[in-house]
Design a protein around this ligand. Structure first.
Ligand code: SDX
Length: 430
């Protein structure tokens, strides 16, 4: 029988504290510690290794089994059978759309894909060589200055309009961040394309000639978006939730999420993984880097490896590896040296005791960079594409939180280790 409560006992005469144990629909039970504060007792868990920050119906991960479900559907089935609009509808509304719902949702999103024309001026405030993620943080954050008719988070319709605007406009902002970086003119969204094709068009088309996306590559790109769409309470989603808990507008919250995702330990790992593979350069040098990854005096880590939750193969990495094969074959690059190097690196690492004992496996970022590079997407855009995909998860998680009648501002406590009380000392006496 599963326990329903736990009793906290102290090794002094403090009275024991009884805490209920809560069960979800899947996964680990949790100890409800909300009442501890009134006993003057707090918990300590930097990095939230053992702490559930919320309850959610959206995404489930089983790190030991390597499972990932969006609203109960296994990621493998969604990646195989759905397009990104269906997955966005699923994440936001809880169900896969029927034909009519899908038509309406898709039309709604494509109807919001243009940017306010004055937003183009914001891009021009950046240096040309600004990293696309820096531009995205700035431009998405500025959206609240242009779409202030939908920032009333207490109004359901406003919340929906902002969510659709973010889903629809972030791809345009991402693609334009790239166009600005390379000095090419912005390409406007074309509603005749689907979401993935439209992004590829805005990224690669020029005003000088017609552009038709390669359908195999567009499908592969759609799969990349689906794999990255949500991942429960990861660092950037937790950032969006924490920012949103103060009532901040959704554009500012998603801008905060983009900033958090940029870190190399998180969404920046795909760009860092390709840089690492390019630095390793050849299979003969893998041993040297594996050695460095194990050396505690060396800050080097094997990028694209390890995960806070997955202690088994990240299911997205396996799908991404398969997509890699498909894209490289389609492009006649099946001998791509980076892919061969990655396959060999994965094989060697998975046979090495250090990685096996720590249950370190490839994560979603290990292969995604190789696929995107093969598709002609530059390294600097990898995390921007992660951000445009994860916008679906961020708006779904933000909507779930902000529409929860019990939502409260997130305000963690701390363990204070600073000075005891002391009095001011005039500068002459210091
Ligand atoms: C994403 O949270 C999410 O869901 C994120 C994400 C999402 O979809 O939102 O899945 C996307 O961010 C994937 C992760 C991308 N990051 C990387 O690939 C960067 C490389 N990975 C590591 O930095 C690390 O594995 C983390 C950050 C991903 C996880 O860090 P943890 O959970 O804090 O793990 P840890 O640092 O406590 O590591 C445990 C042990 C340590 O060794 P010991 O102290 O036990 O001896 O494993 C070692 C670490 O040194 N370790 C690694 C390693 N990752 C962990 N050693 C070498 N190379 C690595 N990559």
């Amino acid at each position: 029988m599963k326990p329903t409560k736990v009793t906290l006992t102290f090794d002094n005469d403090n009275a024991p504290i009884e805490l209920p144990i809560l069960s979800g629909s899947l996964g680990s039970d949790v100890i409800d510690i909300r009442s501890l504060g009134k006993h003057g007792v707090f918990t300590y868990d930097p990095g939230f290794l053992s702490t559930a920050s919320c309850s959610s119906d959206i995404t489930f991960i089983d790190g030991d089994e390597g499972l990932l479900y969006y609203r109960g559907y296994p990621i493998e089935q969604l990646a195989e059978h759905c397009d990104f609009m269906e997955v966005c509808h699923l994440l936001m509304h809880g169900e896969l759309p029927d034909k009519e719902q899908k038509k309406q949702f898709t039309s709604l999103i494509s109807g919001h894909s243009m940017l306010h024309d004055q937003l183009t001026n914001i891009f021009r405030g950046f240096r040309r060589d600004a990293h696309p993620m820096a531009v995205m943080v700035g431009v998405v954050g500025s959206m609240s200055a242009f779409y202030h008719d939908s920032i009333d988070v207490t109004d359901k319709l406003s919340r929906e309009v902002s969510a659709y605007r973010l889903l629809a406009k972030v791809p345009t902002i991402a693609a334009w961040s790239y166009k600005y970086n390379i000095g090419e003119p912005f390409m406007y969204p074309q509603n005749r394309f689907n979401y993935a094709e439209n992004f590829m068009h805005m990224m690669f088309a020029t005003p000088c000639e017609a552009y038709e996306p390669n359908p195999i590559l567009a499908k592969a790109f759609e799969r990349i978006l689906i794999l990255h769409a949500d991942h429960e309470q990861n660092a950037s989603t937790s950032t969006v939730r924490l920012a949103g808990s103060s009532g901040a507008n959704p554009f500012a919250c998603v801008a905060a999420g983009i900033a958090s995702l940029w870190g190399p330990a998180h969404g920046g790992a795909n760009e860092a993984t390709l840089k690492m593979l390019e630095e390793i350069g050849d299979v003969s040098r893998i041993g040297e880097y594996i050695k460095r990854a194990k050396d505690k005096t060396d800050s080097f880590r094997l990028m694209g490896f390890g995960h806070r939750v997955y202690k088994n193969m990240d299911p997205r990495a396996a799908i991404m590896r398969h997509t890699c094969h498909q894209v490289l074959d389609e492009l006649g690059l099946h001998n791509d040296p980076m892919f061969k190097l990655a396959l060999e690196l994965e094989k060697i690492a998975l046979e090495d005791e250090y990685f096996v004992s720590r249950r370190l496996y490839p994560n979603v970022d290990f292969y995604s960079g190789i696929v995107m590079r093969a598709m002609g997407i530059p390294n600097c855009m990898f995390t921007a594409i992660f951000a445009l995909a994860r916008t679906a998860g961020w708006v779904a998680q933000w909507s779930e939180m902000i529409s929860d009648p019990e939502v409260r501002i997130g305000r963690p406590r701390q363990l204070y280790t600073g000075s005891q009380r002391r009095d001011f000392v005039p500068i002459e006496l210091r």
